[in-house]
Ligand binder design. Structure first.
Ligand SMILES: Nc1ncnc2c1ncn2[C@@H]1O[C@H](COP(=O)(O)OP(=O)(O)OP(=O)(O)O)[C@@H](O)[C@H]1O
Ligand SMILES: [Mg+2]
Length: 307
């Protein structure tokens, strides 16, 4: 077995991607971007693909594309093993890979961004790159995030939560929020299952789609305005680095940021982010990302914030 050595120059980092959620493909694109940005003089990336069945398999980069193996041996990190990695396959003796120094989950959605994988990495006693358990769990859940933000006095769109067992009628939502309104699965991201509703027929169809992704669907009043995104990264001393904000500009064919556009933007070619001018940045909204980051409990990590 190899052990951690003092003289090893590069940090071996597992980049976990794929996953069981409906945002599997978005994660593949994110991991491709992360891997292309990782400084190979400092880090030795170990890409690991999580299949839709939840199994971990060693991946590799072939002609710029990440492989997504679904067959072959599984990678099994050892609980409490400080980065020890076993290779497990039926009818074959267990093998071991060189240990890793950290794990970077580049996963989206349920079982990837909701605290579950973060919790399991904590039990491995290996450093986790990204949000911790509570930051992930709070921020992925749109209902909880909105409660935290509104309790702290930050403005949020009016909303109602519709439950699979007892969804509210179109008329009641219309009465509460007006028309149009938005429906979105509570624990889904990347605009998957999100839709704009202007009548009962659309309500039934968007709600049915939303409930395929989650047991809860958030109905939210329609917000007119501009959509601004930025990234927040916590520095080693606890201070926050807030990136320059960018504006998401929907293409002429879409009146909001759909999952297709979201994917294309992550891929790069259909770049629809517009920088915000310095004067606009000085406005009150420039302070919100810091408060939002702190309030969602993501204080040990990184986040992307939209408002
Ligand atoms: N209340 C609203 N009014 C107007 N447009 C909205 C509203 N809610 C969502 N949208 C549009 O739908 C897109 C997706 O919604 P949202 O960002 O809330 O969900 P998500 O992308 O699935 O989640 P996450 O941002 O956490 O990944 C937004 O980027 C925006 O363009
Ligand atoms: Mg979004």
């Amino acid at each position: 077995m190899m052990t951690h050595t003092e003289d090893r120059k590069r940090l071996r980092v597992i980049v976990l991607f794929g996953g069981r959620s409906d945002e599997h493909e978005v994660s593949v694109l994110s991991a491709t971007n992360v891997l292309s940005a990782m400084d190979r003089t400092k880090y030795e990336p170990v890409p690991v693909h999580i299949g839709r069945d939840g199994r971990w398999k060693l991946s590799s980069i072939i002609e710029g594309q990440l492989s997504k193996p679904t067959e072959g041996p599984c990678i099994a990190p050892v609980p409490g093993g400080r980065g020890r990695l076993l290779v497990v396959e039926a009818d074959t003796p267990i093998a071991e890979l060189a240990p890793v120094d950290a794990i970077f989950p580049v996963l989206h959605g349920q079982w990837g961004e909701d605290g579950s994988i973060q919790g399991s990495i904590v039990t491995l006693c290996v450093p986790l790159i990204g949000c911790g358990i509570s930051g992930s769990a709070n921020a992925l859940d749109k209902e909880i995030t909105k409660r935290l933000l509104s309790e702290a006095g930050l403005p949020v769109a009016r909303s109602m939560v519709l439950h699979r067992d007892n969804p509210t009628s179109f008329d009641l939502v219309k009465k509460g929020l007006g028309l149009p309104f938005f429906l979105k699965p509570v624990t889904q991201g990347s605009s998957v299952g999100v839709g704009k509703v202007t009548n009962d027929e659309e309500f039934q169809s968007v709600l049915a789609t939303g409930l395929q992704h989650d047991q809860r669907v958030l109905a939210e009043e329609y917000m007119t305005g501009r959509e601004i995104e930025c990234a927040v990264l916590e520095n080693m001393d606890g201070s926050l680095f807030v990136s320059r904000p960018g504006e998401i500009v929907p293409s002429a064919t879409h009146d909001f940021y759909t999952s297709m556009q979201n994917t294309l933007i992550r891929k790069g070619p259909n770049y629809a982010l517009r920088p915000i001018s310095p004067t606009q940045r000085k406005r009150r909204s420039a302070r919100w990302p810091r408060r939002r980051f702190a309030l969602s409990g993501a204080m040990d990590s990184l986040a992307s914030i939209s408002s």
